[in-house]
Design a protein around this ligand. Structure first.
Ligand SMILES: [Zn+2]
Length: 462
């Protein structure tokens, strides 16, 4: 704007035209300019990439993009920018739930909890891809949706909606179908064998797809060295750390809940030297782990009234609570008091493993498994951050697992950071998350795609 003159001296002879011309120019150059950007002024910025926090900062957002981030003393705010005072607040990148099963009812819950992107890892193919497309058009209060659509699983799959493949050529065809449908990456299920995985990964290479794995009949080291991009729920770790994994593989073949139960119980019996060996080797393989500690923790306490009456459950529609039907899940899995006690005995070894993997330089991503039973879209991601800190991560490190690390796993370079040139997805907090990770819940405003929402007004919808 600087340098543009307000007054001009038109040379035209028609006085009316001169007057109109002057008025039009004046409106362009001098009138009350339309605000076309937002400046968040005075907050402390946590970039999401692990840098030191920047106090008393200015963040300028225009056209859905973060235009500038700087100390207040180092920047001039352009005149056509709406100024929002956020002094005494913290600005963090919008959170990414790195393991989700998205449903339409959950979308506004995610945004209200500061989750501005989700990594969907299995759903009925057409409905999830339609939802992704609808969210992408911007008409919904919704996080950005990335999706694998339906998972690819081996013979005998029990996953509703999964694509069952029995041969390598079927595995390749399942990948091709997904490329046509427009998925973002691939997901394999627990019954995918080494041979089928090789077929999936080979074909995935043609389309540069990354592949996520919920392992069962494959151990984590074998799957990582084959080229899997991420391992979900720490699956395959007990199978890699155990001296006698055959009974675990057998349990996975016997059924989904049988496999999960045996896997979850096995952790308690693993020795620290084996856990260390597997954690180090996995870190070296560069595979990303999405531990979903909140799922392990919640499912180990489904007999605990405190879990069943958790205040976060108030955000779940009654019909969905009925669909979750926890008593039926417990009954069909055959989980009694002894099983829950065994699950809880496994938790310290899962935390130890996460800590070892992190200290060996491994990359972690926060995820929840929402909207599966008792995992709450949005809010469970904050519980995951608390559990990662309890396992030994610093709050700064934990925030990075839900922002920059998750964006890298998605291959979405524009997400997961408050930095110039990045997408304008961010959260404004009223308390310092570095002092106490529980403060990530102190959400005042959420911005997604450059659109700023008051968290309180979003919460009135549910
Ligand atoms: Zn899942």
């Amino acid at each position: 704007m600087a340098g543009r003159s307000c007054m001009t001296t038109p040379r035209a002879t028609d006085p009316l035209r001169i007057a109109l011309g002057v008025l039009a120019l004046a409106a362009l150059a001098c009138g009350p300019a339309e605000k076309d950007g937002i400046a968040l002024v005075g907050g402390t910025v946590i970039s999401g990439a692990g840098d030191a926090a920047l106090p008393d900062a200015v963040v300028i957002i225009r056209n859905g993009t973060i235009e500038a981030v700087a100390a207040r003393a180092d920047i001039q705010i352009p005149k056509n920018t709406e100024i929002i005072d956020v002094s005494g607040r913290w600005i963090v990148p919008g959170f990414i739930d790195g393991h989700a099963h998205v449903a339409r009812w959950a979308l506004d819950r995610y945004v209200a909890a500061g989750v501005t992107a989700v990594r969907d890892l299995h759903g009925v193919r057409d409905s999830i891809l339609n939802l992704k497309e609808e969210a992408g058009l911007g008409g919904l209060v919704s996080p950005r949706i990335f999706s694998a659509s339906a998972m690819i699983d081996g013979p005998g799959t029990a996953e509703l909606g999964a694509t069952e493949v029995r041969t390598v050529s079927e595995a390749r065809r399942a990948v091709d179908d997904r490329a046509v449908a427009g998925v973002d990456y691939l997901k394999i299920g627990p019954l995918v064998t080494a041979e089928l995985l090789k077929g999936v990964l080979d074909e995935a290479g043609t389309f540069s797809f990354r592949t996520a794995g919920h392992l069962g009949v494959l151990d984590a080291l074998a799957a990582a060295s084959a080229g899997l991009a991420s391992i979900e729920h720490l699956t395959g770790v007990p199978e890699a750390a155990s001296r006698a994994p055959a009974s675990l593989f057998e349990a996975h073949r016997a059924g989904k809940l049988r496999g999960w139960t045996a896997f979850e119980r096995a952790w308690a019996g693993l020795d620290s030297a084996s856990l260390h060996r597997v954690a180090t080797a996995l870190a070296e393989s560069r595979v990303v782990l999405v531990p979903t500690l909140v799922m392990h923790e919640t499912w180990s306490r489904l007999d605990d009234p405190a879990i069943l009456s958790h205040p976060d459950l108030s955000t779940i529609p009654r019909v969905e609570l009925e669909n979750w039907n926890v008593p039926a899940l417990i009954a069909s899995a055959g989980w009694g008091t002894d099983v829950f006690a065994a699950f809880r005995a496994s938790r310290p070894n899962q935390d130890l493993f996460v800590r070892e993997f992190r200290s060996a330089g491994g990359k972690l991503v926060a995820g929840t498994n929402a909207t599966r039973p008792m995992l709450i879209p949005g809010r469970s991601l904050h519980t995951e951050l608390e559990l990662l800190v309890a396992a030994g991560l610093t709050p700064l490190d934990a925030i990075q697992t839900a922002t920059h690390n998750a964006a890298q796993l998605l291959g979405a370079d524009s997400l997961g950071m408050v930095a110039p040139g990045k997408a304008a997805d961010l959260i404004i907090l009223t308390a310092n998350p570095l002092a106490d990770i529980r403060n990530t819940r102190a959400i005042e405003r959420v911005m997604v795609r450059g659109q700023l929402y008051l968290a309180d007004s979003l919460r009135t919808a549910f």
